[in-house]
Design a protein around this ligand. Structure first.
Ligand code: PEP
Ligand code: MN
Length: 348
């Protein structure tokens, strides 16, 4: 489906009161930068005895906000009764939360409740880095005749996220786009970041990765928000943040740019060729080692040797300007391939 780009969905994590909804929606509409107003009505919370949303009673507040601002409404639905209530109030757009996408039973239930709808339905990525599950969510909607589908990337939990609440793992979202290129994909930097401080950087990264827009949480008074207080921005802060985001073009017609780009890409191609050649040579040396180990009845894995290679490599991280994480992944891949080559010759 054609979608305005960048599409900006904004609003509070949760609908808390009629006043909060109306004041926030009007302030967001006044910025002129928001296309859709979001608010969580039923809130999936990690722990019990926390605020779980105002439920159906919040829907008339949202309808009033739509009437006063003209902004279409987006809410999260997680079961049949949510969908039925939302349909009763003619909510314009739905999203499926990360916890729902994670559970095939819930996902199937929501897909069936949405059967045949023409409304836009966004599917958030599941909690874990499982692209199949994300695809599965979309496929369940498609199988129920839901045609207008989009993706929301909100990060993945529990991956040593550092300062962030959920690890972005951008490659998974890019893989999802490769598999389903016809679906718009928008970034939810609020839930990736968990804190206002990082939202600008993550949003800029998403813009540079050609995302189609953002879903960002905005609350009239973030510090007293009943959920996700630390990550919400005031409507004014949101508007200034959006002003700083550069939506760069995919191409440039400039001749100098084209020439420089071509020459740099040639360099990359030839370096890639050399890297592959060196890796192939490394593997053939590993095979020679495999052969002498076989002939001398020595096993393949010698942990101490591998640990010393790993240590030596990691120590060069800073001077090479390569991250520890990257070196770790690269070394692990080389090690596995090397063992496979040695295994092959052991069996000869
Ligand atoms: C939300 O958007 O408020 C929400 C609960 O998101 P997620 O499903 O990404 O945690
Ligand atoms: Mn939230």
């Amino acid at each position: 489906m054609e979608q305005k780009r960048p599409l900006i969905i904004a609003g509070p994590c949760s609908a808390e009161s009629e006043e909060q909804i109306l004041v926030t929606a009007k302030a967001l509409a006044a910025t002129g930068k928001v296309d859709i107003f979001r608010a969580g009505v039923w809130k999936p919370r990690t722990k019990p005895n926390t605020f779980e949303g105002m439920g159906e009673k919040a829907l008339p507040w949202l309808v009033e906000a739509r009437k006063q601002t003209g902004l279409p409404l987006a809410i999260e639905v997680a079961n049949t009764s949510h969908v039925e209530s939302a349909m009763k109030y003619d909510v314009d757009i739905f999203w499926i939360g990360a916890r729902t996408t994670s559970n095939p039973f819930s996902m199937q239930e929501v897909a069936e409740a949405l059967r045949g709808t023409e409304k836009m339905v966004y599917v958030k990525n599941p909690m874990s880095g499982d692209v199949e599950l994300w695809c599965g969510g979309v496929e369940r909607l498609l199988a129920c005749g839901v045609k207008n589908i989009g993706l929301i990337h909100r990060g993945f939990s529990g991956y040593g996220t550092g300062d962030l609440r959920n690890a972005p793992m951008w490659h998974l979202a890019l893989e999802m786009r490769r598999r389903m290129p016809e679906l718009p994909i928008i970034c939810d930097p609020s839930h990736i970041c968990g804190s206002r401080a990082y939202i600008k950087d993550i949003s800029q990264q998403a813009a540079d990765l050609n995302y189609d827009g953002f879903m960002i949480e905005s609350h009239i008074n973030p510090d007293v928000a009943l959920s996700d207080a630390k990550q919400q921005l005031t409507p004014e802060a949101l508007a200034s943040l959006l002003d700083t985001i550069k939506w760069r073009a995919g191409e440039s017609a400039s001749q100098t740019f084209q020439t420089m780009l071509m020459s740099l890409r040639d360099q990359i191609d030839s370096l890639d060729g050399e890297i592959l050649q060196l890796l192939a040579e490394r593997m053939s040396v590993a095979e020679k080692i495999g052969r002498i180990k076989r002939d001398n009845d020595v096993r393949i894995l010698q942990s101490l040797r591998w640990e010393s290679i790993a240590e030596r490599t990691m120590a060069r991280s800073a001077s090479l300007g390569l991250s520890i994480e990257f070196l770790q992944t690269l070394l692990d891949a080389i090690h596995v391939e090397s063992i496979n080559h040695q295994n092959k010759v052991m069996k000869e």
